[in-house]
Write a protein that binds this ligand. Structure first.
Ligand code: 8ID
Ligand code: ZN
Ligand code: ZN
Length: 362
């Protein structure tokens, strides 16, 4: 039975207090699933939303907003128009909560660019609550771990906690790596390699056959990155000349840069050390960021700068398949949903290594 009320973390305006409260269980609309959320990853995007860093989004406070867009759970109900789902299926809540399926972008598989998109945790209440609604077409289909060789029934809870960061972080970095046009054995530079997306990018890049050089700060993140298979670590707080360090280590610069760091300067810097003919992928979204690239060098080195925004349903399925095969180990720390405020504080300070996942039961 589905209760009438539940626990969730809400805020009434940007930067307002985060409240762990009893709130109403939402009712699914005709196109929606009702998902009992077990775990949700905490993405830096949730912090940007909370702070109102992106003025471009039409946030929905009704009267409050519930963040979260890496929700892993079980389908407990659905609207009348839903096809292809049944109660008991495992579902994932993503940033792209719904897309119109009718516009030019949706028609060509660029669903994340849909101008009518609804976003979990920003324009639609997200996964920082025990029960959440999400469009049945865009909801991610999770495999029951009992049907997976490397997982198994007894690891159900661990699977659900660890799969949650794949629903945004994993999907996003996998798509960004596709957009990088890297070939096997080429150098992939990951900025923010010790963070949530960075820990996943390092592993997807390795699994896809690339060599990984990472930038972040501190001995703990260096050790963490090397354990994930990263080859060269550059500490941006310690290096005297970051451009020359990177170019020496990679004999001419990385063939692609995946920009994940929440630092505007580090994005412009990537145009300086990227290899000739290389691709710079923009993923991280620090508030008000601008990329500055020297036009002479940009032309002579024939650089490509591309943006990459989450991924479509096929990218989601593929990113999940890497995880289901045991090729990607989610580096997580699980805390109670009631601890979200502390998680945001640590994230703001860059103190989180890997990803924090919240358990909605605590
Ligand atoms: O679809 C998209 N484009 C998408 C999807 C998901 C997330 C974009 N994002 C964005 C988020 O909104 C955020 O802006 O990607 C960014 C990274 O998200 P995250 O991985 O969830 O953030 P994190 O765990 O806080 O990691 C950030 C790391 O950057 C390092 C920090 O130390 C931290 O480990 N960092 C910083 I701050 N400055 C750096 C610098 N100058 C740096 N690393 C290298 N150089
Ligand atoms: Zn995210
Ligand atoms: Zn559309």
């Amino acid at each position: 039975t589905i209760p009438k009320s539940q626990k969730g973390v809400v805020f009434y305006k940007h930067n307002d207090a985060l409240k762990y409260e009893d709130i109403k269980v939402p009712e699914p609309k005709s196109n929606e699933l009702l998902v009992k959320v077990l775990y949700s990853g905490v993405c830096h995007t949730d912090l940007h939303v909370y702070k109102g860093d992106w003025t471009e989004i039409d946030y929905k406070f009704d009267p409050y907003l519930v963040g979260g867009h890496e929700g892993a759970g079980v389908v407990v109900g659905m609207g009348s128009q839903v096809k292809g789902w049944k109660v008991g299926d495992l579902a994932g809540i993503k940033w792209l909560q719904s897309s119109c399926q009718a516009c030019e972008y949706c028609e060509t598989g660029h669903e994340s660019n849909c101008t009518h998109a609804e976003l979990s945790g920003a324009t639609h209440n997200g996964s920082f609550q025990q029960y959440a609604t999400t469009d049945a077409v865009q909801a991610a289909r999770l495999t029951n771990p009992k049907d997976l060789k490397v997982w198994g029934e007894e690891r159900f809870d661990e699977y659900m906690a660890k799969v949650s960061p794949i629903l945004c972080g994993g999907l996003t970095v996998y798509k960004a790596l596709k957009a990088s046009n890297l070939k096997a054995n080429q150098w992939c530079l990951v900025t923010g390699c010790g963070g949530g997306l960075g820990s996943l990018a390092t592993q997807y890049a390795k699994a896809m056959g690339f060599r990984v050089i990472g930038i972040d700060s501190g001995d703990e993140k260096e050790k963490f990155f090397k354990n994930l298979g990263g080859e060269v670590f550059i500490d941006f707080r310690k290096t005297q000349d970051i451009v020359s360090d990177i170019q020496q280590a990679t004999k001419g610069g990385p063939h692609a840069v995946i920009n994940l760091a929440t630092s505007s300067e580090s994005i412009s810097l990537s145009t300086k050390y990227c290899r000739t003919n290389g691709t710079i992928v923009l993923v991280g979204l620090p508030a008000g960021a601008v990329v500055k690239s020297d036009v002479f060098d940009h032309v002579v080195k024939s650089l490509n700068i591309v943006g990459s925004y989450v991924g479509n349903r096929a990218d989601t399925r593929e990113a999940l398949e890497f995880f289901n095969r045991g090729l990607i180990k989610s580096q997580i720390k699980v805390v109670g949903l009631s601890q979200l405020e502390q998680v945001f504080e640590d994230m703001e300070k860059g103190k989180i290594v890997g990803r924090v996942v919240v358990d909605t039961a605590k």
